[in-house]
Design a protein. Structure first.
Length: 458
């Protein structure tokens, strides 16, 4: 969802896609700031801090999402990410970087649209002994008064007047074929080029590859498509207290984010290149971040100022620039976005599961969407069926289910809880102070609840 105050609608959608695609086609635009350690810094950036003991003001939720979009445009400008040729079986969810032009006429020959008879001239017709089947060589021409059995998709014999459906014909005593209703010339024949001619543009640059797009590309003669590459994401799961199997025990808890984040990130358009577990050790975290070659790093936990929260000091040590350091949103307040290289950014998610989801959708979603050149989803609102208590100063993101023309807020929506979000269709954006029953709320669809390409997790 586009945050309040951001560009929305078709103009914004076209701008986002065209801007990125122009960049991957070797644009000469190079307005990105210098990499960490250089100057000037991108808007809102500052050295990775805060310094110990200092205080800072959290970024508003809409502004945080806007900064994430701007950061993604900066990556695209810096990296000059070239389009890639992708086999159809691997292209689902990508965005076309060049138009999809027809490589053949569709259909490429006159085709029967129905099972029945190809007939020539007026009835009655003498029926040939052989059948015309799909996938076979061109049949012999028909003479007036002749008919031949034909299957759907088969090549129509030359000089055919029409195709008579099986249910619209009968045979007489002498084996002659008669029509039980009027025969119109050309009926139930798909003429060559009915759908397109060779060279016609079928789909424009910026089209997201859906299952239907894959089918059209194959029909039009493609084995591969040229698309914007998926942004590569490394996931770093931080914490000594996390178990990967079995029941919690002795102060240890199950890791919920390791299983959840990779498929969610793939649904947002990313290629997850690694999932690494990093212990609560500053040196190990420095090595993991400093050696990653991904476009985006996503970390879990360590974003606050606790005794083993090493992310801020590590980013300072690496010379990173903070674009977002805390967001005025609940849950998820201590999330962050940092620029760690000329073409690399890091999204720091809080360790609590629902807080991490909030950070994922606040910062990672716009960043990955721009990098993948996907169109922005159309924002929409629905009235809330129940009141939602708000934070005095911050935006709240609350799981909801959609019931007809209203959104029903769900319980179990605390920062450490996943029970609510697991049952949800969307997140409602609740302004400071809360919402009353019947009040319209912006809705932020979850990938698997939408009808778009986000339902695909691989």
């Amino acid at each position: 969802m586009t945050p309040p105050g951001s560009r929305t609608g078709e103009d914004a959608e076209d701008l986002d896609v065209e801007e990125v695609l122009a960049l991957v086609r070797n644009s000469d635009d190079s307005t990105l700031g210098d990499p960490p350690g250089g100057s000037p810094a991108p808007d809102g950036a500052r050295p990775a801090g805060p310094a110990p003991g200092s205080r800072h003001r959290a970024t508003s939720w809409p502004e945080a999402r806007d900064r994430a979009e701007r950061a993604a445009r900066g990556i695209a400008r810096a990296a000059r990410r070239a389009p890639v040729s992708v086999p159809l079986h691997a292209a689902l969810g990508l965005t076309l970087a060049v138009p999809l032009d027809a490589l053949t006429d569709l259909p490429s020959f006159d085709t029967s649209a129905m099972d029945g008879w190809a007939v020539a001239g007026p009835a009655p017709w003498a029926v040939r002994d052989e059948d015309v089947l799909a996938g076979h060589a061109a049949p012999a021409p028909l003479a007036d008064g002749e008919a031949v059995r034909i299957a759907t998709g088969a090549r129509v014999p030359p000089d055919t007047t029409a195709v008579l459906r099986s249910e619209h014909g009968r045979t007489g005593d002498k084996g002659r074929l008669y029509a039980t209703r009027e025969v119109v010339p050309g009926q139930d024949i798909r003429p060559r080029g009915q759908e397109c001619r060779t060279g016609d543009q079928l789909l424009a640059v910026g089209t997201v590859v859906t299952p239907a797009v894959l089918g059209l590309a194959a029909a039009a003669g493609y084995d591969t498509v040229t698309a914007v590459p998926r942004p590569r994401v490394d996931v770093l799961v931080l914490g000594d207290e996390l178990l990967t199997e079995g029941l919690p025990h002795d102060g240890l808890i199950r890791d919920a984010l390791g299983p959840m984040l990779p498929p969610w990130l793939r649904a947002l358009g990313a290629e997850v290149t690694a999932v690494r577990r990093v212990r609560d050790d500053a040196g190990a975290l420095h090595e993991a971040i400093g050696t990653s070659e991904a476009d985006v790093l996503v970390t879990t936990g360590g974003t606050a100022a606790g005794p083993v929260d090493h992310l801020h000091p590590t980013l300072r040590r690496l010379g990173a620039q903070l674009l977002v350091d805390g967001v005025a949103v609940r849950p998820g307040h201590p999330m962050l976005l940092a620029r760690t290289g000329e073409a690399q950014h890091l999204v720091g998610l809080p360790g609590n599961p629902l807080a991490a989801v909030s950070g994922l959708l606040t910062l990672a979603e716009p960043l990955l969407r721009i990098l993948a050149a996907r169109p922005a989803p159309e924002p929409y609102t629905l009235p809330l069926r129940e009141a939602v208590q708000g934070h005095p100063h911050d935006t709240r993101l609350v799981p909801v289910v959609l019931r007809g023309d209203r959104a029903l807020p769900l319980h179990y929506n605390g920062p450490a809880m996943l029970r609510g979000i697991a049952a949800a269709d969307a997140l409602a954006v609740v302004p400071p102070g809360g919402s009353r029953p019947g009040q319209e709320a912006e809705l932020f669809d979850l990938p698997w609840a939408s009808a778009g390409i986000g339902v695909c997790f691989t």
